[in-house]
Design a protein around this ligand. Sequence first.
Ligand code: TLP
Length: 364
Amino acid sequence: MGTIDLRSDTVTLPTPSMREAIYHAELGDDVFGEDPTTNRLEEMSAERMGKEAALLVASGTMGNLVCTLTHCRRGEEVILGDRSHTFLYEAGGMSTLGGIHPHTISNQPDGTMRLEDIEGAIRGDNVHFPRTRLICLENTHNRCSGSALTSEYIDSAAALAKEHGLSVHLDGARIFNAAVALGIDVKELTANVDSLSFCLSKGLSAPVGSVVCGSSEFIAEARRARKVLGGGMRQAGVIAAAGIKALDEMVDRLAEDHAAGIKALEEMVDRLAEDHENARRLAEGIASITGLLIEPARVQTNIVYFELDEGRMTPKALVTELNKKEVKLLSVGVRRLRAVTHYGISTEDIDLTVKALGEVMKAA
Ligand code: TLP
C-alpha cells in the first residue's frame, strides 16, 4: 500500500493528459501577451465564469492579493470572515503589501457572514474611519467544513454591497466543488461578484496556477498588480496547458450536465463528485470511532474536519501515529484535524484510513 495523503487536494499530481498537453504546449512571452496557450486559458476561464476577461496567476494567494490590490487603495478597508483563508492563511498580504485594513466579522458554521453583520461593519463617512471598499466571500469555505455558499446568499451579499457602493471579491479556490455540490452551473455563483479567483491546482489536479476573472477594465489593472508582485511570467503556457485540460474536461462535463450534449462525460466534475462521496464515507467512519468527534452532516464537499475528544492524545501525536501507518492528515488546531479527499484517493483508501484511525485511537 502506498501512502494515503489526505492533507490537502493541493497534493494532486497532473493527469497523464495534462503532462501530454504541457509537452506539446504552444508557447510565447506572456508579458508581451504572446503566449497563445495562456491567452486561450484566460479566454476559456472568462467564458466559463461569465466575465469579460481573465488573468493567470501563480497561486490562489496571489489571485486574492492581486484582486484586493486592484479594488482597494492604501488606508481602505475590506470586510471578510474571521475564518476566511485570506485572513488566516495569506500572510497578511493585503496589509503587508497594500496598506489595506482587514475588518473581520464572524463566519457562521456554513461559511456565510450574516448580512446584518456585514451591514453593521460598513463604515460611515467620518474622518476617524478607514473607508470600506470591498467585501470578500469564500466558496467553498475551507475552514467552515468545505461548505458551499448558495447563489441566493452570494446575490444578497452582492446586492447589499451595491447598495453601499462597495465591490465584492469571491475567493473561489474551490468554486467548481461548490457548483458540483449545489448541482448548478458555476456562472450562477459568479454572476453578481465583481472579481473572483479560482484554483487549477486543487481538485482540478493541475500542477500550478489560479485564474482571476472580472471586467476587462478590472483585469487590465489586475495585470499591473500582478507585475508589481513579480507574477508576470514568460512562457506561462507550460502552466496554462494543464489548466486548459482541467477546464476542457470540466466544460464538457458541465455542458453534458446541462444537457448541451457536446461530448461524453469526462473526468473532472465526476471526479469531484467522487471526492465528495469519499469525504462523506470518511466522516461517517470517523463518527463511529470512540474519541473522535464529527458532525458528518456538515460535510458537503471534499473537506473533512474533526476533533479529538477532550483529554485524548494531541492532534500532532495522532498525525505521527498515523504516519507510521502510511496515512497523512493535517493537524489544524488544539484538538482539530483535517482530511481532504482528491484525485488519486480511492474508496479503499478511505476504508484503510478509517481502519488506521480506529487502531490508533484504540491504542491511545
Ligand atoms: N488552501 C490550502 C492551505 O493554504 C490551507 C489548503 O490546503 O487548503 N483560498 C482557499 C479557500 C484555499 O483553501 C487556499 C489554499 C487558497 C485560497 C490559496 O491557494 P494557494 O495555495 O494556491 O496559494
